[in-house]
Unconditional design. Structure first.
Length: 396
């Protein structure tokens, strides 16, 4: 279906981003018909690579713009038979929601972080939901490019082999490859969303969103300029995303855990375990990357041991934390476990928000040095003591 995916996607994306749909309509209606060569599988594969990459970066915008342009290009009598993403009941609300997010990003730069973060949380949830919907219901449809290889079938009609349709075999290969590429890029896009969510600075948020929008724009412009150029650039982005896939996955798992705890107020129903608890590695330790998820316990020798599974499913491994003293750091939004060396502390483990207000129980469970301020809370305490506000009187 739909022979010019990348051109349609990129033009629709440009209309959605610039708001010039009305001015571009005459050019779209007067465009010459595409030659038959455009339906060759090679060109459709190139266009599909660009489409999959663009949708993975911003699923709701990509699918909504793609569907809107398909609806606009189709004759009125055929619109009822278009796929779900090309129906007005989907793409109109989708593009309205995207527009509201853009307005929030434009106006929210000057807003306090406390007022802006709930909207970032909502956008992160939307990104995950729309990404899963696109993976299950959109990517398999646009990746079936070999069902359009009509010229190849016609060229075999004189040999008696036209009845031998092997398009299904090409689709069996193409659809899984498209899904793998989509998930790799989607992981990187999700990681940017998590960084935006965790960042306490609106200027950093704006920079990350500008970077994501610029990358999405390059995919659209290159694909519209030339499908082969668009496919080449999309493949570069896929390779970069694959290179950082481990980092993106760990950050996505951490962000999802934090998001779930915040949205469900899990700390009100949670109690730390007496011997073992789930948390994230705070820094790279003995070649184990930061933000790796695992469970902390004490072994038979009394050492703190971090047990984890790479990619959450591979065989379990074990990491003994460096010998020393540890304490629980109580932060403003989430807490941590700190390695203590005299007056200096060093981040060892990140605790999900469910541990907030349960720091004392956790310290007692592992026999740590106790609880002390950390992060922004430590900075607030230092400021109060420096200016003499709220300082505790010395003991007699």
């Amino acid at each position: 279906m739909n022979r010019c995916r990348a051109r349609i996607f990129s033009l629709a994306l440009g209309l959605a981003l610039t708001g010039l749909a009305a001015g571009s309509a005459p050019a779209a209606t007067s465009a010459p018909a595409k030659p038959a060569a455009n339906s060759l599988p090679g060109r459709e594969i190139a266009e599909t690579i660009s489409t999959v990459t663009g949708v993975a970066i911003s699923p709701l915008l990509g699918v909504g713009a793609y569907g809107a342009y398909h609806w606009y290009q189709s004759p009125a009598e055929k619109r009822a038979g278009l796929p779900w993403f090309a129906q007005p009941w989907f793409w109109i609300p989708a593009l309205i929601l995207v527009g509201l997010c853009m307005a929030k990003d434009t106006l929210g730069t000057a807003a306090p972080t406390a007022l802006k973060k709930p909207f970032d949380v909502a956008e992160t949830v939307e990104h995950k939901i729309s990404g899963l919907v696109a993976a299950g219901l959109f990517i398999p449809i646009v990746a079936m490019v070999f069902s359009h290889a009509e010229p190849a079938s016609a060229s075999l009609s004189g040999t008696g082999l036209a009845a031998l349709d092997l398009s299904w075999l090409g689709n069996v290969v193409m659809v899984p490859l498209a899904l793998v590429a989509y998930f790799i890029v989607f992981l990187a896009s999700t990681a940017i969303n998590i960084l935006i969510l965790l960042s306490p600075f609106t200027t950093v948020d704006a920079g990350l969103k500008l970077f994501r929008g610029a990358v999405l724009g390059t995919v659209a412009v290159s694909a519209f300029t030339n499908p082969w150029l668009g496919a080449a650039w999309a493949l570069v982005l896929i390779l970069i995303s694959a290179f950082i896939a481990g980092w993106s996955f760990r950050l996505s798992v951490l962000g999802t855990s934090f998001l779930w705890d915040f949205l469900t107020f899990r700390k009100n129903r949670f109690q730390p375990g007496p011997a073992e608890n789930g948390m994230f590695l705070g820094r790279k330790t003995a070649k184990v990357p930061a933000r790796t998820y695992g469970r902390l316990a004490r072994d038979g020798e009394g050492r703190l041991v971090f047990r984890y599974r790479p990619w959450l499913v591979l065989p379990e491994r074990q990491l003994a934390l460096p010998a020393g003293q540890y304490a629980v750091g109580r932060g403003l939004l989430h807490s941590s476990i700190l390695e203590v060396n005299g007056e200096e502390t060093r981040l060892a483990l990140l605790l999900p928000p469910r541990y907030r207000s349960h720091e004392d129980e956790l310290s007692n469970a592992y026999g740590l040095l106790g609880v002390r301020p950390a992060g922004l809370r430590a900075l607030s305490r230092w400021f109060k003591e420096a200016v003499g506000v709220g300082a505790q009187p010395a003991a007699a």
